[in-house]
Write a protein that binds this ligand. Structure first.
Ligand code: IMP
Ligand code: ZN
Length: 387
């Protein structure tokens, strides 16, 4: 997010289009755990803390929790408040489970959630126990079909792709985790995070992210940790160009991360580097709009990148904070850039290639989408959830 004012500029979308986008299978690759918490859960947690005298909940804070349109200052206050409420292991497990359920309800079939492991000595929380609590939430929400059972069916040549799609009209969600380095952290803390990511690679942690207030810190502080992650085979995504900072953007792109988030402020040579290296961009349209990085949806760099056939993935960033959903982001793109339902499906399917998931899961998801595509083409696409 940028430090500028966030205004009430959330765009309306057609309700039928929104239903169609909800029915579309989708892939989410840029969502911060604490930015995804249900407002109702936040309110409940805040009230509970207030009852126990742990937090004095002023009228202003309550207003911040329940209102939909927040200034940027209020957004940062909200992150601070959310972090005060989500310090406990049980709460972390609960919010993770709820966040996954909410994405699954939006027909997200693969979710790459990211979070910054935090210490909290008061409750005996270490970075490791923080991640373990999040992984417990993933496990609690997990409804994954085992890959083996999927491949058993795939061998069944009696079933055409559209039938397979319809049989799986309520697909399970697959969840993987990225560990974030916050730009406010020290190199030592960042090293601990990347070591954890590597140690927990068999438990669902698939990569590393650099995020946090883009106006704070210098990304080069974290280079040794990012290089260590790379040497150990962990893919990296960087929040890049959220605010104008040409020197940093140039250096980040020269590092050639596996993906970048935002990429709003890229000068011409940087854009050439991005395009030449085909670095996938996690597009967070409403986030950029509400925080004034981009003035109008139609001016968003999604259009230019999409038309240049550059790898892009639609994402939400902080759906709880911005009161949006991934379906809404797809509807927005369809409205302003004229993508058909089939083009939206292709857009979503293409995202699989840019996930940090294991090859076998990618392959399974691609087969699943091909079933959906086939079904759409022969006009028997079943919009699950559409009345
Ligand atoms: P958490 O890592 O689960 O605590 O998710 C919230 C954190 O994500 C915030 O404290 C920021 O560090 C980071 N974050 C959320 N949205 C943005 C963004 O738009 N830009 C940069 N960092 C962000
Ligand atoms: Zn982000």
């Amino acid at each position: 997010m940028t430090m500028m004012m966030m205004m009430n500029r959330r765009e309306e979308v057609d309700s039928r289009l929104l239903r169609l986008c909800r029915a579309l299978p989708k892939v989410e690759l840029h969502a911060h755990l604490n930015g995804c918490v249900r407002p109702s859960t936040l309110l409940e947690l805040a009230e509970e803390c207030s009852r126990r005298g742990l937090l004095s909940l002023s009228d202003f804070q309550a207003a911040v929790i329940v209102k939909e349109d927040r200034s940027m200052e209020e957004c940062f206050q909200l992150f601070g408040l959310i972090h005060l409420l989500t310090t406990d292991h049980c709460i972390l497990t609960r919010i993770t489970k709820e966040v996954i359920e909410d994405f699954a309800a939006e027909n997200v079939v693969y979710l790459e959630l990211r979070t910054t492991p935090k210490r909290n000595e008061a409750v005996g929380m270490t970075k490791r126990s923080y991640v373990e609590a999040v992984l417990a939430g993933i496990k609690a929400a997990s409804t994954e079909l085992s890959l083996d059972s999927y491949f058993d069916h795939k061998e069944d040549n009696i079933e055409c792709p559209s039938q397979r799609y319809q049989r799986k009209a309520n697909p399970q969600i697959h969840v993987r985790l990225l560990l974030s380095i916050d730009r406010r952290e020290t190199l030592e803390a960042a090293m601990e995070t990347v070591h954890l990511a590597w140690e927990m690679r068999d438990l669902g942690v698939v990569g590393v992210d650099l995020s946090g207030n883009p106006c704070i810190g210098d990304w080069e502080t974290f280079l040794p940790a990012l290089k260590w992650a790379r040497q150990h085979g962990l893919p990296i995504t960087l929040h890049c160009g959220e605010v104008p900072n040409p020197r940093e953007v140039e250096a980040m792109l020269a590092f050639q991360p596996e993906r970048v988030g935002h990429a709003c402020f890229l000068e011409s040579p940087d854009l050439s580097t991005l395009l030449a290296n085909r670095i996938p961009v996690e597009i967070c349209l409403t986030s950029n709009l509400l925080t004034n990085s981009v003035q109008r949806v139609r001016d968003h760099h999604f259009g230019a990148l999409y038309n240049a056939n550059h790898p892009v993935v639609l994402c939400t960033d902080d759906p709880g904070v911005f009161s949006i959903s991934l379906s809404y982001e797809y509807a927005l793109v369809s409205t302003h850039f004229g993508l058909s339902s089939l083009e939206l499906l292709h857009l979503s399917r293409n995202a699989i290639e840019f996930t940090f998931a294991e090859d076998r899961l990618k392959q399974m998801l691609q087969s699943f989408f091909d079933g959906a595509k086939y079904a759409a083409e022969c006009q028997c696409f079943q919009f699950s959830g559409v009345p």
